[in-house]
Design a protein around this ligand. Structure first.
Ligand code: 5GP
Length: 124
């Protein structure tokens, strides 16, 4: 079954410039901006510029160039915010996907959370 992309999702509107955002960085294939409802001192969302619903969609259908650009943006955010584990205290990377992943916005995004401990991974 083909992935279905909703052109009216909030992150599509952010990419089209219809909704403002607090950009951290941007490259040819990705945009990183602060989450509107931060769960940690640093809470950044990194989205690909292409129309991908989820991480599995991106892994299967993005071009190698898009994949490299997206992953590089994630690493660059970690460097910029001093979260990288070589110089900083680390972070958590989350990609909620679909119904069981409790994904609210149907455009691929990873959450980068840092600036304080994220605690254990999953509450039972
Ligand atoms: P999900 O549950 O889909 O993984 O996370 C969606 C995230 O998008 C949430 O953390 C939510 O706070 C964030 N969000 C929803 N609407 C907006 C918006 O208009 N701007 C920004 N910057 N973040 C948003």
């Amino acid at each position: 079954m083909a992935y279905k992309y909703d052109e009216e999702n909030i992150f599509a509107k952010i990419l089209r410039g219809e909704i403002p955002n607090e950009t951290i960085l941007e490259n040819d294939h990705a945009l990183a901006f602060r989450d509107i409802n931060p769960q940690r001192p640093h809470h950044v969302l990194v989205i690909p510029k292409g129309k991908f619903v989820s991480f599995d969609h991106f892994a299967k259908e993005a071009s190698p160039t898009e994949i490299v650009g997206y992953i590089q943006a994630i690493g660059d955010v970690c460097d910029l915010l001093n979260l990288s584990i070589d110089t900083g205290d680390g972070y958590r990377l989350i990609a909620n996907s679909g119904e069981h992943g409790v994904q609210e916005v149907p455009h691929l995004h990873v959450h980068i959370l840092g600036g304080s401990s994220c605690g254990r991974m999953i509450q039972s």
